[in-house]
Design a protein around this ligand. Sequence first.
Ligand SMILES: *[C@@H]1O[C@H](CO)[C@@H](O)[C@H](O)[C@H]1NC(C)=O
Ligand SMILES: *[C@@H]1O[C@H](CO)[C@@H](O)[C@H](O)[C@H]1NC(C)=O
Ligand SMILES: *[C@@H]1O[C@H](CO)[C@@H](O)[C@H](O)[C@H]1NC(C)=O
Ligand SMILES: *[C@@H]1O[C@H](CO)[C@@H](O)[C@H](O)[C@H]1NC(C)=O
Length: 406
Amino acid sequence: MNAFSLQDMDERLLPWHRPHWSGGDIDSNSSRPRSTIGKGIRPSALRRYIKMAVLLVVFFFISLAVSAAISPRSNSTSNNGTQSEDTPPATVFPPTHGTDFLIHDPSIILVGKTFYSYSVGPHIAINQAPSLDGPWTELGTVLDADSMISKGDRTAPWAPNTLQIGTTFYCYYSVSNAGSRDSAIGVATSDKPGPGGWTDHGPILQSGTGNGSDVYPLNESNTIDPSVLFDTDGSAYLSFGSFWSGIWQVRLEQDLVSIDEDPAVFDAQHLAANTESRRGQPIEGGFISYHTPYYYLWYSWGTCCEFKDPASRTSGKEYRIRVGRSNSARGPFVDRQGKDMVDGGGDTVYGSNADTFAPGGQGVLTDAESDVLYYHYLNTSISYEFGQARLGYNRLDYVDGWPLAV
Ligand SMILES: *[C@@H]1O[C@H](CO)[C@@H](O)[C@H](O)[C@H]1NC(C)=O
Ligand SMILES: *[C@@H]1O[C@H](CO)[C@@H](O)[C@H](O)[C@H]1NC(C)=O
Ligand SMILES: *[C@@H]1O[C@H](CO)[C@@H](O)[C@H](O)[C@H]1NC(C)=O
Ligand SMILES: *[C@@H]1O[C@H](CO)[C@@H](O)[C@H](O)[C@H]1NC(C)=O
């Protein structure tokens, strides 16, 4: 295997051990009624059970047929840009360009003709490839040692976001622990994209504990999943957050490695949230891209990783990639219906199809040809095990200013 092997790591260290998909809150055994069928059952009762079972099966198939007949079909919904909230339009997406590159929450940049990926792993893994299709080779790590930030999983920071500004490379990363809001976003910089030259600058933003963590909105958000947008006027904005109160954005200082202590200067904006209308599914992995004349806020909606239970594979709650757009880097971002992403808006651009399952953790890059939406996904022909998530991508077309995976 060329990529770093997720199985080598302590699973508990990895970010998909987060509370909302652990499913550990519900004790299915205790909520299940105790079975009374068993010893000493009378034949008449048995016949009754069999009759009931047959009726139930018939009823099940009838309701299946009815729901298939009345559910909105994918073509019409996708053409209109409206999609059912809970049913992924399973057949409307083009196939992914899949790879065997095992990765989670990729961040990919293009430097000259070489692609570099940054991803979760001890000290943040760096891989390199001549094309998105690979072959991907592991080069080393961003950090030479544990993160300077003395909290969370400082050995294997989560969900890095790397970008090049001028001749400097910035790798924003987060440290946290499963189920905890005691998190921080830090940054390391280097003058080259590969390993061996990075300086860790420590924390920019903290939630739970640490400097500034008592200040709104850090007192009710989670400082993970960083994504930085460097705007055309030279301003830079750091988006972050997940689960707790959704996705936020603050203004970065000119040095790109700090924010001003004054809340009026960092000027937090609420960009997206999960709402009841989205059935309270988590949204995470915010990423902002720009394609003239709009800014696009992407996020992953749903359950990222825990699919051991076969019922969770068909519940329609698995990860999918949603987008909204804005005239400003600071929002508000709205979907095609004009619904603000803070109110639960967002159009699905890519979701499960064929043997591609639960795509998310996305980013957008631009190569010589077009914009490219890249993400991790599970290949259902191979495994639902999250350590088997791999890199996939689709090129983007823009129709009336709305991105379309092709
Ligand atoms: C598209 O959706 C809008 C509302 O979201 C609806 O008013 C319109 O009739 C739909 N158009 C078609 C062609 O289905
Ligand atoms: C999934 O894996 C199968 C078997 O290796 C392969 O044929 C198929 O192309 C893969 N699909 C994707 C989307 O990776
Ligand atoms: C908090 O900020 C102060 C002053 O900026 C600094 O001296 C101190 O080291 C910081 N503490 C932590 C835990 O980051
Ligand atoms: C966070 O701070 C704001 C402003 O001070 C306050 O209104 C809010 O109640 C705080 N939230 C929590 C969860 O303490």
